[in-house]
Design a protein. Structure first.
Length: 300
């Protein structure tokens, strides 16, 4: 299939330029890696940006402990394949230490608990830049981000006070204790990502392709049945053909009914869907500004 080679190569070139700017402007950067398609894309772009040398930064996974098993297996596979150094920041370990408190109730999730764990990992490692896979088309709060997004000494983000970025000039000046979040694929869309991954024949976890899985329906969202979710009395687990559009904590990451078994099928499906990529994320539905509120506090 023809995926618009020139358009995708332009996006690739822009992202590689940003990656190289990170390596040249920051002393101790890190790449946040969840095992999802966007972070897989980042690793692939970083590989191309610095080949034949290795990536000049380690990978950081904020592990909620409530992941899909396939995610962790694929994460470890990529780390071995790339010869990368992986740092794991554990939400469970932070709960055990009393740094954060586990949510309770039927809709409890560890997703928001990642913020403090991430900030602690960045502080303890003295990382001055964290590369992430957020894209502007995902959600209205993420559309406000710059490529180089400043965070204060508390790891917080002020969407009303961001630095201009003219002619691909990125300002990395900061005070001691502050850091930057860097988003090399800001201008990519979900469709761009899938077309590029197909063009480059990038290896992907099985969760993205249609498979049989037991699910429960809650508030219009299909959630994978697992031990981490407390079922309501009227909720019944049923088996369906589903796939993931995003990958995250199982308690809030919805799956979608799908028969898309190949990457070409996924591209066709995305091209005609009316639901946004994060439309199946229960954590985004807690309030109209839930993502922006979390990002202000230091979320990805």
């Amino acid at each position: 299939m023809n995926y618009g080679l020139s358009h995708l190569r332009e996006l690739e070139s822009e992202s590689i330029f940003v990656m190289r700017e990170v390596a040249s402007q920051f002393e101790n950067p890190i790449l946040m890696f969840s095992g999802g398609k966007d972070s897989i894309l980042l690793v692939h772009l970083a590989y191309k940006a610095f080949y034949p040398a290795k990536m000049p930064f380690p990978l950081l996974h904020v592990d909620t402990g409530h992941n899909f098993e396939e995610t962790i297996a694929f994460r470890d596979h990529i780390v071995r394949k790339m010869g990368a150094r992986l740092i794991i920041a554990s939400v469970q370990e932070a709960i055990d230490r009393g740094l954060i408190r586990e949510e309770q109730g039927l809709n409890a999730s560890r997703n928001a608990l990642q913020t403090q764990v991430l900030l602690e990992a960045l502080e303890s490692g003295k990382f001055d830049a964290a590369i992430g896979g957020a894209r502007r088309d995902e959600e209205k709060a993420r559309a406000k981000e710059r490529f180089f997004s400043h965070r204060d000494e508390f790891g917080q983000w002020d969407p009303k006070n961001q630095r201009p970025e003219l002619w691909n000039l990125f300002n990395s000046k900061k005070h001691y204790g502050e850091h930057f979040r860097v988003f090399p694929i800001s201008n990519w869309t979900e469709l761009d990502v899938w077309q590029y991954l197909a063009m480059e024949k990038v290896e992907l976890p099985s969760l993205y392709f249609a498979h049989k899985r037991k699910v429960i329906e809650r508030d219009g969202i299909l959630l994978a049945d697992c031990d981490y979710i407390q079922k309501k009395p009227n909720e019944v687990s049923v088996q369906k053909m589903v796939r993931c559009r995003t990958i995250g904590d199982m308690t809030c990451t919805g799956v979608c009914a799908s028969e898309a078994a190949t990457i070409e099928d996924i591209i066709k499906e995305i091209s005609i869907t009316r639901m946004t990529e994060r439309g199946g994320r229960a954590d985004d539905k807690r309030s109209d500004t839930s993502m922006e509120d979390r990002k202000k506090q230091g979320y990805f």
